[in-house]
Design a protein around this ligand. Sequence first.
Ligand code: ZN
Length: 279
Amino acid sequence: MPGTILLGVDVEMANESSANYAQLGLDFLQQESIPATWYVTGQSLQRYPKPFADADRSGLVDIQSHTYSHLLLKTVLIEVPPGCTIHGKKDWYMQPGGTVEQIDADLDRCQKVFQDILGRRALGLTCPWCYYRGLGDRPDLLDIVHKHGFRFLRSFGRNEKDGQPVPMVWQPFFYRAQNFPDVLELFAHDYQDDFYYIAFNNLLDAGTYPEHLRRMAEHVVANNFVWSLATHDHSCDTPEGFAQKTSWLRDLVRYAKGLGIRFLTGSQYYAQRLATRPV
Ligand SMILES: [Zn+2]
């Protein structure tokens, strides 16, 4: 088996960038003949219902949740690598998470928007910013996400310093130890996007990102890994911005297909894992 890529896009800007992404992102997937999962905030979906409902019917896009308001479920505390500047900080950077009550209310609101606009609830959830250990050390939060109907997560997307990259050797797992054996963690592997590749490697630009991604694709093939690959709708408010944001992705998709890597949505992968999990 030559490995699997789960392409996941956070569509979170709730402005022209998100609306453009809904149309141009679908064109991109059609051109490259691959499926993807878009983790859309309730705010983005509510503001631009039609393009997302159209994409949802396309057969290529699996629309899932990125919370209603981009609320963090856990606090992120980044230990900035020596010489780097992360979110403007050179030593530590903290981004606070919401309270349990805020999270419960946010996910409830998000599922109501999904039901209203798409006629169904979301099964997958990407947790804003992602965390070390995902929700593995927060069974109280697993209980909340389970209660709201979420069954696959991208919540584990940082290493032990709350930084990047997230090693591919950490592979998707069910939260069995926490007594949620039907909740699957997909991870967000490597770098969450080009901007974090630049920041955590102290680079001036993302010029070497395509080469890095090609090496990662070879790593996936050699080990038959599942690669949960992430990007965002940032700077996609113009066709030029979209083209720039997807140039490295297009290069990777073509290279990965040439290596025989398969592309699945989060929902497709979850269904496969659920059907084959040991009882
Ligand atoms: Zn996000």
